[in-house]
Design a protein around this ligand. Structure first.
Ligand SMILES: Nc1nc2c(c(=O)[nH]1)N[C@H]1C(S)=C(S)[C@@H](COP(=O)(O)OP(=O)(O)OC[C@H]3O[C@@H](n4cnc5c(=O)[nH]c(N)nc54)[C@H](O)[C@@H]3O)O[C@H]1N2
Ligand SMILES: Nc1nc2c(c(=O)[nH]1)N[C@H]1C(S)=C(S)[C@@H](COP(=O)(O)OP(=O)(O)OC[C@H]3O[C@@H](n4cnc5c(=O)[nH]c(N)nc54)[C@H](O)[C@@H]3O)O[C@H]1N2
Ligand SMILES: [Mo]
Length: 768
């Protein structure tokens, strides 16, 4: 505990992000996981261009380095995987599932790597070892017993390699369904659905090189100090060259203030640091739509003024004329929009909107990045479309140093989607599968995460298969999601570490252990590599560096191939061959997707290859062939507005967010150092005036109750009130503990993403 400070303490963090503490806490996590010295050495020797891809996040690796790029939370993610702790069959014989359910997520994580395939035994309420072939036979039997393939749902979490993800979708489509819920449905779905409507493709348009050229970097709703620490390296270099960095975030995240780069020993030793953001714009939760619209309106006003005085145009007229459609309707909508409403809805004062817009129009090249603070709202798709429209007004897409930069989460979530994990596949892609494999793939669109839970509750999905992840904790409305899972006839989880999704299971349940990315996958004497795509569309190889945690593990590729053989047979696909040679799978991918032509050769180059993003080259894959301006009115009747009408200023907006010591549902420790919270997670961050208004004091306990009109009570009791610099009427609590407060049907328009960052709640004094 010494390294993790006094439990229960709340104290602001005084130092820059990174620095000694980053090194100290990385070392602590390696000790906690009792990482074997040989494995640690092998990890530290990793040479990035040819080595192993960090499973921590989707931020790209710098291409030209050949040293490990140090990152505290990357080390934590790797340490969690290369831990020497093992969960053996013995462990499961000693603990019933009911008993394990009483353990916290932190405790479950601490047991170590799963070592043997297991099947749930209802008589003893324990997991018991099962042979791999028996496990596959059981799944095949259950899948064949369903009335329709659409009664099964196939979840993927974004750590899965391209090879495994490709086989997974091919297998499930051969079996007959497009039911592919994935973590992306809860993450960047609004990006994937929003951007195609404006720039034609749901991916970012920048690469790391653009960060070396940008004059201004706008960071919307993202906390890189915790979630993408390597991004701070790019921000540091940009700040040092004189670029202006702005954080647009209700919270002033410590990790965006100053950074002491552990990469630069001299900086750390001298106690030096670099200022990152020079401006912090603080919208209310969900205020970005109005803020971005206000910026666009102001850009147009400035342009009107320039036109009137014969000054230099503010709009990039050449870009707009050559590359876009819809400008007239867009301008008309901006002109009629009310300033007072925009200011009220954004929560940002007029002067600050002015400052931000001036900065935006004066910068030659602007990069806009965004994360979960933008994507997990009711109006996320329109917000992202407005942001891309704002950038289009100034021609800030598709030229050096400028562009759109959605920062994805899981290290290969983008790649999974690229190779077909998609519940709404295009006809062109299905046609291609049909042509290459000679079968008729299912055409009906499938179920995403929320729809899968609804279908399980309704009894129309009976088999759940999870390729990684922790579905029941990641998904919203925890008690309902638990119930949904328990109604299934069969649940199968492929995982590296024990988590709650393994304990909340169907009538029959399998827990199948797999190799992590850090492990050597030896097939017929040849070490296999996998490939992944980062957030900037770079595809590269990753190869394990340590022996497998147990000799009973199979790779994800082998699990899917052997399962597919059992379920759909070898008539159309030689699964046996694919199970033993990943380069053969890459040949299949290359056959189906033009962008992957000559895959094996191109990916062998140091640093891999860029997949090509049409919008980056100003090629617009939209219906009109041009980048599209779209009109979105302010919505003044969201669940938040309705809650305010009902409860006045008792109605507040809650966001759920990540602490510094977790990876999504995996809790490494109980601290959130940069926000000054130690040894606890059952907290709620509130503005001092809201605390006073409630008649409470910091340190008191409070309850949160969701305002939703379906008659279901959603309540979290006894949270510790933490006074925090957060806008009035806004609250923050931790994901996943606060997920019971997120109603299953509170989702983003078009994205169907749970609105994890805007939950209407009441805060009430805790009665005990
Ligand atoms: N160490 C570590 N790394 C991770 C993860 C992890 O859990 N731990 N998770 C990975 C995954 S899957 C993902 S998706 C990413 C997540 O990385 P982020 O996108 O940074 O996600 P969050 O931690 O949820 O934080 C979102 C930020 O948005 C802000 N925010 C909340 N609501 C709003 C809003 O309405 N407007 C604006 N402008 N800002 C808002 C919050 O204050 C917070 O700073 O990180 C990835 N990397
Ligand atoms: N309220 C709220 N809910 C949220 C969010 C939020 O901000 N607020 N964020 C959402 C986001 S952005 C995301 S991405 C989702 C995350 O949802 P998931 O991706 O489902 O969750 P993780 O916690 O990342 O999954 C962790 C588990 O993955 C398994 N695992 C790790 N590595 C591997 C591997 O290599 N192979 C296999 N097969 N298994 C592996 C381990 O068993 C581990 O326990 O949660 C979402 N839910
Ligand atoms: Mo994510």
């Amino acid at each position: 505990m010494s390294e993790h400070d006094k439990p229960g303490r709340i104290a602001p963090y005084p130092r820059p992000a990174g620095g000694w503490d980053a090194i100290k806490f990385s070392a602590a996590s390696l000790r906690q996981e009792k990482v074997v010295l040989g494995n640690l050495k092998a990890f530290l020797k990793q040479n990035q261009p040819h080595g192993f891809d960090c499973p921590g996040c989707a931020w790209p690796e710098r291409r030209h380095t050949n040293r490990l790029e140090f990152c505290e939370n990357g080390v934590k993610a790797v340490a969690a995987e290369i831990t020497s702790k093992l969960v053996t069959a013995n462990f499961f014989a000693r603990h019933t599932v009911t008993e394990l359910m009483r353990q916290s997520d932190l405790e479950l994580e601490q047991h170590g790597r799963l070592a043997v395939p297991l099947r749930y035994d209802p008589t003893s309420d324990t997991y018991r070892p099962i042979e791999w072939d028996q496990a596959f036979a059981l799944i095949a039997e259950q899948l064949h017993a369903l009335d329709s393939p659409n009664q099964a749902s196939f979840y993927a979490s974004g750590r899965t390699s391209n090879e495994a993800a490709y086989l997974f979708q091919l297998f499930a489509r051969l079996y007959g369904t497009n039911n592919f819920p994935d973590c992306s449905n809860m993450c960047h779905e609004a990006t994937s659905r929003g951007l195609p409507g404006t720039v034609g493709i749901g991916k970012g348009t920048v690469t790391l090189e653009d960060f070396e050229l940008a004059d201004a970097i706008l960071i919307f709703g993202q906390n890189p100090g915790t979630n993408h620490p390597r991004m701070l390296g790019e921000l540091r270099d940009a700040a040092r060259r004189g670029a202006t960095i702005v954080s647009i975030n209700p919270l002033r995240e410590r990790g965006l203030e100053r950074f002491s780069s552990p990469q630069h020993a001299a900086e750390v030793l001298a106690g030096g640091s670099t200022e990152l953001c020079s401006l912090f714009i603080r919208p209310s939760l969900g205020g970005d739509f109005a803020l971005i619209k206000a910026m666009a309106k102001r850009v147009v006003e400035l342009d009107d003024a320039a036109c009137a005085t014969g000054g230099e145009r503010v709009l990039d007229v050449a870009f707009i004329e050559t590359h876009t459609v819809g400008i007239d309707e867009f301008l008309a909508d901006l002109r009629q929009e009310s300033w007072s409403l925009l200011i009220e809805e954004s929560g940002v004062p007029r002067e600050e909107i002015e400052r931000l817009t001036q900065l935006f129009v004066r910068a030659r090249s602007v990069i806009a990045t965004w994360g979960m603070g933008i994507t997990q709202h009711r109006r996320s798709v329109p917000t992202i479309q407005l942001l891309s429209n704002l950038m289009m007004l100034r021609g800030q897409i598709g030229r050096p140093g400028a562009g759109l930069c959605p920062v994805r989460g899981h290290s290969n979530v983008q790649g999974n989607r690229t190779v077909g994990i998609e519940e709404r596949p295009t006809a062109a892609f299905l046609d291609r599968l049909a042509a290459v494999y000679g079968f008729e793939p299912p055409r009906e669109h499938g179920l995403d995460v929320v729809a899968t839970i609804q279908a399980m509750l309704a009894g129309s999905v009976k088999v759940f298969f999870g390729l990684g992840g922790n579905f029941v904790m990641a998904a919203p409305d925890t008690p309902r999601t638990f119930e949904a899972m328990r109604r299934c006839a069969l649940t199968v989880q492929v995982a590296t570490k024990l988590n709650r999704s393994h304990l909340v299971h169907g009538q029959q349940a399998l827990l199948l252990p797999t190799l992590g990315r850090s492990e050597i996958d030896l097939q017929e004497g040849i070490e296999q590599s996998v490939t992944v795509e980062d957030s900037m569309s770079m595809v590269h190889l990753s190869r394990g560096f340590k022996p497998p945690a147990s000799d009973q593990l199979l790779s994800e590729v082998a699990i899917i191939a052997r399962l597919a053989e059992a379920v759909v047979g070898n008539r159309l696909v030689d699964w046996r061959a694919l199970a033993t040679d990943n380069s053969l799978i890459r040949n299949h991918i290359a056959q189906v997707f033009e962008a992957f032509t000559d895959y094996n050769r191109r990916v062998a180059a140091p640093g891999g290859f860029h997949l090509g993003v049409a919008s980056r080259d100003r090629v617009w894959k939209t219906a009109s062939g041009k980048a599209q301006f779209v009109v979105h009115p302010l919505d003044l009747d969201t669940p938040i507005h309705r809650a305010r009408r009902q409860y006045g200023d008792q109605a507040m907006v809650l966001m759920t967010t990540r602490s510094h010591d977790q990876y999504n549902t995996t809790i490494y420790a109980l601290d959130d150092r940069y926000r000054g919270v130690y040894g606890q997670r059952d907290v709620v961050f509130a503005n001092r005036r809201d605390i006073d208004r409630l008649g409470c004091r910091p340190g008191d306990r409070v309850d949160l109750s969701t305002i939703w009109d379906d008659g279901i009570e959603r309540r979290l009791n006894g949270l510790l009130l933490v006074e925090y610099d957060i806008p009035l009427g806004c609250l923050a609590a931790y994901f996943p503990e606060a997920n019971p407060l997120v109603p299953l049907d509170s989702v983003g328009d078009e994205s169907n993403t749970p609105t994890a960052k805007s939950i209407p709640v009441r805060m009430l004094p805790h009665l005990d």
